[in-house]
Design a protein around this ligand. Structure first.
Ligand code: F6P
Length: 524
C-alpha cells in the first residue's frame, strides 16, 4: 500500500502542521534520548527536527507499512525483487551460522561456504607468494576492473582499510575513459600484477573494454599463457568469462540473488580480501552480521536501521528536503558518498510502486558529499545559508589511529562545530549576510574506530536503512530499470548513428575536433 494511505502518514502531516519540533542547544538530555549504540557504532539523531512524538508517529508508519514482515521475507529468501523475480540474500553472504537459507527449497549456505573456502585459499596463496605471476615473480599489485557495484564497494572498503594491508597494493579501474587504466598501467610491472575482473553479468561494456586493454598489455609483455596467472574473474556468467579466456578454476561465482550494489560481501570483495587478508575480511563480514542480527531482533523503537531510515523519511516526505549530504570526517571514508549514491539512488530512485502505480510522494533524495573538513571550504556555505535546507549525515571516528592527537582533535571539533552551526545557526547578527537560519538537521554516526568489524556494521546499516525506506515507499529497491535506456541508446549510436536524428547528429559532432590548432608559439 502507498504510505500516503496510512493513518500514520495523515497524523504526521498534522503533526508537522502543528509546528516542526526544534532542537534547543541547552537540551543536553537529547543526546541520550535520541541515540542508539551497537558495539562500536553509535547513531545520534538528536540533531534532527524531531520530538519523541515525531518518532512515535514515524514508528507507526513503519509498522503500518509492514517493515517487520518485509524484513522477515528478505532474510527468508522470498523473491522480494519482484520485477526480476529474485531473492535478495546479501545477508546470507555474511551469516555466521550454517542455519539453512533456502531459495525455492534449495539451501544456499553450502555453496556460499564452498566459495568462501576457495576465496580464502586463493587469498592465502597470493599473499604468501605461493601463487606467482607467469615469470615466477611474486604478485604485488591487484587491479580490480569493474564498475558500479563491482567497483564502488570494494574500492571504498580497500581505501578505508588500507592500513590493514601489508603485502599488496590494490588499484581500481572503472571508467571506460582509457586514461584511468593507461595511467595506472604506466606505474605497474605486468609480471607482478594480478587483474581481478569483476562483473556480475560479464556483459558490461566499460568493464569488458578495460579488461581487454589490460589483457593486451599483459600478453604483449608476457605472452598469451600469462592470462592463467594474471587474470581472475568474479561473475554469474560462466560462459562469458570462459569466452574471455579465463578458465573455470580462475573464476569465483556470485549469484543472481546478490544485487551488484549489495555485493561487496561476496567474491566481489576479492580485491579487498587480497589486500587485507582473510582474517580481517572475516571481521568485516562479522560486523555486518552483527548489524543484521540487531536489525532482525531489536524492537523498532531501538532499531538502528529503522530509526535511521525514519529520519530520512521525515526529512524527505514531510519537511521537503530533496538532497542528503554525506560528510565523513575521516579521509579513509572519502569514497563513502559515491558508494551511497549507488546504494540509495539506484535502489530507491523510483517513481512507481512495486505493482506499477505512479507515486504521489517523493522517494530517494539526491546524495552528494565530501570529506570533512575539506567540504567546509567549498559547498558548506550552501549548507549553512543556501535557500534549501540540506540534511546531512556526519560520520566521525573517535579513536586517533594516525597517532596525531592534535589534528585529530581539530577534525572532531570541526565536525561538532558544523553540526552545531547547522542546528542552531546565528540569528542575531549585524548584517543579513551574517545570519545563519539554523534548524538544519543532521544524523551523527560515531565509530569507536575504523576497523573491519565497525566498517561492516556501518555499510550494513546503510543497506538496511535503504531497504526500510524502500518498504515504506512501497517500491522495489532491488532492480534498476532506469539504467537500461541510456545503455541501449549508446549501443545503437555506436553501431549506426542516424544522421537525421538529433542525438545521432550530436554523437557525430562529438567526434569532430572543431577548434583551430594553436601555433606552437602561442602555446609556448
Ligand atoms: O548499469 C548498472 C549496473 O547494472 C549496476 O547495477 C551494477 O552494479 C553495474 O551496472 C555493474 O554491473 P556488472 O557487475 O554486471 O558489470
Amino acid at each position: 500500500m502507498k504510505p500516503t494511505q496510512t493513518q500514520a502518514w495523515q497524523k504526521l502531516l498534522a503533526h508537522k502542521a502543528s509546528g516542526v519540533p526544534r532542537v534547543r542547544r541547552e537540551d543536553v538530555a537529547r543526546l541520550d534520548t535520541f541515540s542508539v549504540t551497537l558495539d562500536g557504532l553509535r547513531l545520534i539523531t538528536a540533531f534532527q527536527n524531531i520530538s519523541e512524538e515525531t518518532v512515535g508517529l514515524l514508528l507507526d508508519l513503519a509498522r503500518e507499512q509492514g517493515v517487520e514482515s518485509a524484513r522477515a521475507q528478505m532474510f527468508s529468501g522470498a523473491k522480494i525483487n519482484t520485477t526480476e523475480k529474485r531473492a535478495v540474500l546479501h545477508t546470507a553472504l555474511r551469516q555466521q551460522s550454517d542455519t539453512p537459507v533456502c531459495i525455492d527449497g534449495e539451501n544456499v549456505i553450502p555453496e556460499i561456504r564452498a566459495t568462501q573456502k576457495r576465496i580464502s585459499s586463493f587469498v592465502d596463496a597470493v599473499r604468501s607468494g605461493q601463487w606467482t605471476g607467469a615469470t615466477g615473480k611474486r604478485i604485488r599489485h591487484i587491479v580490480n576492473i569493474g564498475i558500479g557495484g563491482s567497483d564502488l564497494g570494494p574500492r571504498l572498503v580497500a581505501e578505508a582499510l588500507n592500513g590493514y594491508g601489508d603485502r599488496l597494493q590494490a588499484h581500481f579501474v572503472a571508467n571506460v575513459d582509457a586514461y584511468e587504466l593507461q595511467n595506472l598501467l604506466k606505474t605497474l610491472d605486468p609480471a607482478e600484477t594480478l587483474f581481478v575482473i569483476v562483473s556480475k553479468t560479464f556483459t558490461t561494456q566499460e568493464t569488458l573494454l578495460n579488461a581487454k586493454l589490460a589483457r593486451q598489455w599483459a600478453v604483449a609483455a608476457l605472452g598469451e599463457p600469462c592470462v592463467a596467472k594474471h587474470f581472475v574473474a568474479v561473475s554469474v556468467n560462466h560462459a562469458a568469462v570462459e569466452s574471455f579466456g579465463i578458465s573455470a578454476e580462475n573464476m569465483f561465482p556470485m549469484w543472481d540473488w546478490v544485487g551488484g550494489r549489495y555485493s561487496v560481501w561476496s567474491a566481489v570483495g576479492l580485491s579487498v580480501a587480497l589486500l587485507i587478508g582473510n582474517a580481517h575480511f572475516s571481521a568485516f563480514l562479522k560486523g555486518a552480521a552483527a548489524m543484521d542480527a540487531h536489525f532482525c531482533a531489536a524492537p523498532l523503537a531501538k532499531n538502528m536501521p529503522v530509526l535511521f531510515a525514519l529520519m530520512g523519511i521525515w526529512n524527505r516526505n514531510f519537511l521537503g528536503s530533496s538532497s542528503l549530504a554525506i560528510l565523513p570526517y575521516a579521509e579513509r571514508l572519502r569514497d563513502l558518498p559515491r558508494f551511497l549514491q549507488q546504494l540509495e539512488m539506484e535502489s530507491n530512485g523510483k517513481s512507481v510502486t512495486k505493482d506499477g502505480q505512479t507515486l504521489d510522494y517523493t522517494t530517494a533524495p539526491v546524495i552528494f558529499g565530501e570529506c570533512g573538513s575539506v567540504g567546509q571550504h567549498s559547498f558548506h556555505q550552501c549548507l549553512h545559508q543556501g535557500t534549501d535546507p540540506v540534511p546531512a549525515d556526519f560520520i566521525g571516528v573517535a579513536s586517533d589511529d594516525q597517532g596525531q592527537p592534535t589534528p585529530h582533535r581539530a577534525l572532531l571539533a570541526n565536525m561538532a562545530a558544523q553540526i552545531g552551526a547547522l542546528a542552531f545557526g546565528q540569528t542575531k547578527a549585524v548584517t543579513p549576510q551574517d545570519i545563519y537560519p539554523g534548524s538544519r538537521p543532521s544524523n551523527v554516526l560515531m565509530l569507536d574506530r575504523l576497523d573491519p568489524y565497525t566498517l561492516g556494521q556501518l555499510l550494513a546499516l546503510y543497506e538496511h536503512k535503504t531497504f526500510v525506506q524502500g518498504v515504506i515507499w512501497d517500491i522495489n529497491s532491488f532492480d534498476q530499470p532506469g539504467v537500461e535506456l541510456g545503455k541501449r541508446m549508446a549501443k545503437e549510436l555506436e553501431s549506426a548513428p542516424a544522421s537525421n536524428d538529433l542525438i545521432g547528429r550530436l554523437y557525430t559532432d562529438c567526434q569532430c575536433v572543431t577548434s583551430t590548432v594553436l601555433p606552437d608559439s602561442a602555446v609556448a
